[in-house]
Design a protein around this ligand. Structure first.
Ligand code: ADP
Ligand code: MG
Length: 374
């Protein structure tokens, strides 16, 4: 076990790295963040910040020489970077686990290899692949770039084959995946921790609402039938095991109108839909990431209260600061801001949670606060 007083490295300085840093520092660890941005949310609160690119070998050597263990908050850290660090210190998650989740085609093929359903999809490498794909995929479909897409970016809904050709051009003729667009009953996610001896500790299942492809709200407990939630936990656990994953991991699921539980994507890190754990569980997803990285036992993840989390995107700022009193005057509400200077539309600036006796009350109150903020 790696005990408090040790130094932990974090690759990536975004909000997930920031909340990891806070959890680690609370427990008495020192944290060094590596991120190319001088003003990153995690870099500005870490014990120290190495301002360098993720493939800068001398910066990585420096980080490894100072750290007892290193984790990541960002799935697009080059797998070669993790492999380089693995030769020098403890690294979780492992480079091969990360590599499988960095490309939507590799990721979906891996999920299928575990006998877990994905939406119907076809890999697209060149324009001519689209015509063949249209024999297997019904329109409307969604064309998504295979790498570096997030928050609904790099994906276009296509109503027919000509629209798919145009979308492929618009996405820069990069490797893509053409997916069936399905009618969703709801979306849920499973955030879990897996230890280095394979013990899996799932957090309560989260039910998520996306707007324009970006997470808007998370509600826990979910209204999805228990059997479906249980099935999602089993599938996520199987995925974590199949990856040999150590750390905090999330799997997003679609629930179809027919009640099928379909794996959408894997996040090899804490997840936006797990932010509620900071306020509603004794152990947060970030503390769990610290615990798994350091070989400590998992903490208690029982839900202390029904909860709703709402994301604060840059859109809420407009030309002026949001009306913070709307959230700060609610004693059952908690505000989390990530320390980002510029509020741009679609940029995740923070979130807040509302705890109440039931999720419907929490949701109603959270949406009222959200409207009053703007
Ligand atoms: P990202 O990496 O941007 O999160 P996702 O594949 O998770 O990409 O897509 C973002 C959101 O778009 C999903 O959470 C869902 O709401 C919607 N979406 C994506 N793919 C599909 C699909 N095949 N059918 C229906 N909705 C979809
Ligand atoms: Mg997603």
């Amino acid at each position: 076990m790696i005990f408090p007083g040790a130094t932990l490295g974090m690759l990536g300085g975004g909000q997930l790295g920031r909340m990891f840093t806070m959890a680690a520092q609370t427990m008495g660890y020192h944290v060094i963040v590596l991120d190319p941005d001088q003003d990153s949310p995690a870099g500005i609160i870490a014990n120290s910040h190495i301002c360098a690119a993720y493939d800068d070998e001398s910066a990585l050597s420096d980080l490894a020489s100072q750290c007892d263990a290193i984790s990541t908050e960002f799935e697009n850290i080059p797998a070669t970077t993790l492999a380089f660090l693995e030769q020098r210190t403890v690294v979780h998650p492992a480079s091969q686990a990360l590599a499988k989740t960095q490309n939507r085609n590799t990721e979906k093929n891996f999920i299928r290899s575990q006998n877990i359903a994905t939406v119907p999809f076809v890999s697209i490498y060149q324009k001519s692949d689209l015509e063949k794909a249209s024999e297997h995929i019904q329109f409307p479909a969604i064309l998504k770039v295979a790498t570096f897409g997030y928050d609904g970016k790099g994906q276009i809904v296509c109503s027919d084959l000509p629209a798919a050709y145009e979308a492929f051009e618009q996405l820069g003729q990069k490797e893509c995946v053409l997916e069936q667009r399905i009618d969703l009953a709801c979306e849920i996610s499973v955030v879990l921790a897996r230890s280095d001896v394979g013990t899996i500790t799932p957090f309560p299942v989260a039910e998520n609402v996306h707007v324009n492809g970006i997470l808007h709200s998370t509600m826990v407990p979910s209204h999805a039938p228990d059997a479906l939630q249980q099935s999602a936990i089993e599938k996520a656990s199987q995925i974590a095991e199949g990856l040999g994953y150590v750390g905090t991991l999330a799997v997003e699921f679609f629930i179809s109108q027919q009640g099928d539980v379909i794996a959408n994507e894997i996040a090899p890190r804490p997840h936006n839909s797990g932010h509620y754990t900071l306020d509603a569980c004794p152990t947060s997803q970030f503390e769990q990431q610290v615990r798994m990285l350091c070989g400590l036992p998992a903490g208690d993840v029982s839900l202390q209260s029904p909860v709703v989390m709402i994301n604060l995107l840059g859109d809420v700022w407009g030309d002026s600061q949001p009306h913070w009193s709307a959230v700060l005057e609610q004693p059952n509400s908690k505000l989390h801001l990530y320390g980002k200077k510029a509020a741009r539309p679609g940029r995740k600036m923070g979130h807040f949670t509302v705890l109440a006796n039931d999720t419907d009350t929490a949701m109603q109150q959270a949406e009222t606060v959200f409207s009053a903020l703007q």
